[in-house]
Design a protein around this ligand. Sequence first.
Ligand SMILES: Nc1ncnc2c1ncn2[C@@H]1O[C@H](COP(=O)(O)OP(=O)(O)OP(=O)(O)O)[C@@H](O)[C@H]1O
Ligand SMILES: Nc1nc(=O)c2ncn([C@H]3C[C@H](O)[C@@H](CO)O3)c2[nH]1
Length: 232
Amino acid sequence: MTVIVLSGPVGAGKSSLTAILSKYLGTKPFYESVDDNPVLPLFYKDPLKYTYLLQLFFLNTRFHSIKKALSDDNNVLDRSIYEDSLFFHMNADIGRANDLEVQTYDELLESMMKELERMPKRHPDLLVHINVSYETMIRRIQKRGRSYEQLSFDPTLEDYYKRMLRYYEKWYDDYDYSPKMMIDGDHYDFMASESDRTEVLDQITQKLKQVGKLPKNWQAGEIATESIEFSS
Ligand SMILES: Nc1ncnc2c1ncn2[C@@H]1O[C@H](COP(=O)(O)OP(=O)(O)OP(=O)(O)O)[C@@H](O)[C@H]1O
Ligand SMILES: Nc1nc(=O)c2ncn([C@H]3C[C@H](O)[C@@H](CO)O3)c2[nH]1
């Protein structure tokens, strides 16, 4: 039984790969709350006002997802709870949260992580990180088309996204809750190219095998994107 979490910046391809991978492995996908998230558009419109609320919203929904995923023990999640702190501290560093909010958030996160430590399975079996350049990130954000994420909606998002990529570099280097691997999201178009998709899935199954988490009787599932339901 395997729990895999995806990580990566906005538009990296986490939800897309979650759909593909869960179908391939025959496990259940978990998606972060985006289209049904009432705070996200407010945050992009007025980040100073809504950073703290958005962070609490995400922390709460992700905590429930990861708890469920760790108890079901056969899932792929499209973002890890370990990235929440990256987002919050990045926003705090640009003045969108005060010291008291940072302290309160950090204490809350620590309590939640302690609660996860008490689960029979404490951490995912594998982190799959999708690495993308700024150019790829922007192309994908445009392709997906959420209005509030576009540079035309707020030109300061350029700095925000570039900063996010820098924070993710360090975050990935420091991550040590589980085995981890990186997918080259610039190089592989796992949406349109079947051979790229096969290559990426192969890299992930090799890693699962290496860490002893590929079930012995496992058979590859369907990987044609037409047969996959994408959700984000
Ligand atoms: N490797 C890829 N090659 C080409 N297009 C891709 C790739 N990965 C994702 N896309 C496209 O990029 C867009 C963003 O992908 P997706 O929604 O999966 O990103 P995400 O990492 O889940 O983003 P977010 O965290 O912001 O929700 C989608 O339109 C998807 O079809
Ligand atoms: N501020 C902030 N904190 C988070 O924890 C967080 N998690 C996701 N997101 C934003 C990125 C995408 O626009 C969109 C989908 O990932 O939601 C976040 N934004």
